[in-house]
Design a protein. Sequence first.
Length: 331
Amino acid sequence: NEPAKALELVPPLMARLDVVPETLRLELASSLRLLEADAHFTLGQRDEALAVLQALRKAYPASDAAVYSFIEEAGVEANQGQLVKAQQLLAELIQEYPDNKYAPYALYQSALLAESRGEEDYLEEAINKIELLVTTYPDSKWVFPARFKQGDIYRKMGLWEPARSVYDKIIREFPNHRQIWSVQLALADSLSAQAGSNPALRESAAAIYERLRDVANASAELRIEAGSKAGSALVLSDRQSRGAELWWQVVDEFLIQDDAPENLGTKGRYWLARILMELGEVLEQQDKLIDARRAYDLMRSRGLPEAEWATEQLRRLGERGGEESAPVVDE
């Protein structure tokens, strides 16, 4: 966090390496040069940083720091919109150091850069790079995120069957991965998107959503999102009462009983707001106006997203008159 200080410390530290055993000396020296380049980049000193990287690769060509320097430079180029140059640097790393531990990571980053270009040809290129990663480095820790990304790219292309196939494969091969619940959620999203007028696919999606809502060791944000989507799937299947019941269960667990709903994070609060919005609309359709007002009031009183919208709904319902009508008092 102090790049200027780092630049001051590198020269004296390099000077002290003469007394260090050779193997360790080479590792430390190369790492210090990489740190020096990173400090220059942070300070906006691009030319100085590139000069240090070139010197690093020349002096310590076999070091991990020299290999990683290609990734470092590629990241800088990508951040400046130079995606072709970034791809070239990553390709150079993969070609020159195919057995290095950073090679699969470079291939993964290359796939991400291809995806970021958006056009279908580049999305296909990203998929091909992921396949190359998986086949060349089957034991790499980057296989899981690469496969996960592959499924997302297929979804982006509207290729639901391949996406589902990828997610199913991940679930079989990585059943205990810490992100496996996110993969199952993505699978359910794919089923839901593909469902159209197919009730069987929608039911399959709803079953996964409901199961994920109850997974104790999944994140609260994911469980809330799954609960939101489970309720929506039920409503679309003309099971409005069951959908509303499920939504209330999620709201009760994560908003009413939770003493600190602000700890749910931006995503969790978004999905709670969405639940209450849809819940209120369904309850209005069922002419359960007291319960609908309660849903909208929870949005407002807990400061969830779209709280102003909820206040407007409360005013609107209050203007209907009748025994259930109640004034809305701004807090």
